[in-house]
Design a protein around this ligand. Sequence first.
Ligand SMILES: Cc1ncc(COP(=O)(O)O)c(C=O)c1O
Length: 391
Amino acid sequence: MTHYALFKKYPGLENKLLRAELGNWPTPLQPLERLTAHLGGPAVYIKRDDLSSSIYGGNKARKLELILAKANRKGCREIITAGGLGSHHILATAALGSRAGYRVRGLFFCQPVTDHVKKNLLLDQYFGTEMHFVKDYFGLVRGYLWHYFSGLAFGKKPLLLMPGGSNRLTTIGYVNCLLEIADQLAGLEQPIPDALFTAAGTGGTAAGLLAGLQLENRLTLTNLHAVRVVQPEILSKKRICKMAAASLKLLASLEWQIVPLQASALDQRLILEDGYLGEGYGFSSDKTREACQLFKELEGIELEACYTAKAAAALIDYCRRERGRRGLVIFVNTAAHPSCYNGIDLPEPAALPEAFRWCFSDTPRNCHCGLQKQNYPFCSAVSRPGWRWAD
Ligand SMILES: Cc1ncc(COP(=O)(O)O)c(C=O)c1O
């Protein structure tokens, strides 16, 4: 009997949708009773995608199951991908990909350097990532081209994966997550959530949940709150709906019971929360610091500043607005559980390629990255009076 909710609902998909087995499905759905009592509003539940894999959990395991199956089918043994310095996507690709025998080249652009970011860089090194610092978005494009074509020139056939790993195929991983949630809710006294909250970077996680809501007729009253952690040029409501529609179309091409929908038909149940980005990608705010503190002190759950703290801050505000009302809201915890660092002897910073060592020194690197217009140039921001890094 399959544990994959999508295959339980549509058995015909099992032979058509190839998947590498990486995760522990379904991830638990648990009540957060102390947080609920503290906020005094709807019951808060957490979808524990932080526990999706014992090697490296979080939202990437769901995407990578589909990516690695594709890489295998195409005969690729090397993956080129990119992200910020603390990228969970590069790290997950390296951690889960290297286990499956793939070589991973990571292209890293700048972001605020927190302790979490530093730890991730050391883990990247530990998992054998070939690490390249590309500084900004222009460097990223150059890096992709250079590494892809030089890979081809050496007869390697690399698989190119965009930052965040979101596309119509990987989005299906989160369609499956939504169906898991619906199955898990079936036994509860109050089985219909008013809202799901997730962080949204490249939007694939939100798009999958949104597409899943269309397939699940038990959750027709549920809205999805996608909490933006990047600037509007990178993520819009339209982009999420387009990705959800493309994913439904792909599923419909494999399974006759699934009806494709236009992107415009999907946007009514999507709320893109704009108010939590703060100074920009990777920066904390008072709200995210409060979210981290409440989750840690009341529930023992550690959030990270870049993504999950922003989604949690939006959920906390929602519950405060709904104070005194019964109901149910679900927080999708998309970051890997901190136990992924346990038992690992992290390498010393000196083991990293030279281009990354500045992250561990107190001297800011004087680079002006392409994010300058939307955010402050991260590296020189260290010297600005009154600046705080995300913590
Ligand atoms: C911890 C965490 N949560 C959420 C996201 C956002 O996922 P998506 O890019 O699918 O929007 C990311 C993306 O890197 C992430 O690392």
